[in-house]
Design a protein around this ligand. Structure first.
Ligand code: FES
Length: 172
């Protein structure tokens, strides 16, 4: 608070709340410095944490296990959650088909009540045969099949980095 003295000048050294102004100002500057220091230390800690964390994009592995043969009975179609792949087992063998629409990448839905249609895309209406062949819609190409093999432990493995162009089924 400021007051005018008898000579008309403003006097800033008047006490407020029992402490001299200079002391109040010193306390304020001290608190400001401590706050700035704390913020600076916090910022440095965050930056250090970011520096110590590798700047990489984590992607799901392209080669992954899907289960034992017994998990896929003949006649089954089982979607592997989070992988965009369906495992289809028939009498002639087993194969892995991509569920990622070749138009803009939506996940297609398996269709089980229509022998002509195997998959339908919910985004723009593309439809695919049970083999993955395009039947209609915006999708430019068929749904790819991925390479599949059985490892030495008898576990089925899908290699989604390799397209099975010949569409050969794994005979088991
Ligand atoms: S993303 Fe499937 S039809 Fe467009």
């Amino acid at each position: 608070m400021a007051f005018e003295n008898s000579s008309g000048e403003t006097d800033l050294s008047v006490e407020t709340s029992g402490k001299p102004v200079a002391e109040n100002r010193r306390g304020f500057v001290k608190k400001l410095a401590v706050t700035a220091l704390a913020l600076g230390a916090g910022g440095l800690t965050v930056q250090f944490g970011r520096f110590m964390t590798p700047n990489v994009l984590y992607e799901a592995a392209k080669v992954f296990k899907v289960g034992k043969l017994g998990d896929f009975p003949i006649g089954s179609r089982i979607v592997i959650e989070g992988r965009g792949v369906e495992i289809v087992r028939g009498k002639e063998g087993i194969h892995a088909i991509s569920l990622v629409c070749t138009h803009l990448g939506c996940l297609v839905n398996p269709v089980k009540n229509d022998p002509e249609v195997g998959y339908a895309c919910p985004c723009h209406g593309s439809r695919f045969a049970p083999t993955g062949k395009v039947l209609g819609g915006a999708a430019p190409t068929d749904l790819p099949w991925y390479e599949m093999y059985m490892d030495h432990m008898g576990t089925l493995v899908v290699d989604a980095s390799t397209v099975n162009h010949k569409r050969t089924k794994l005979v088991v």
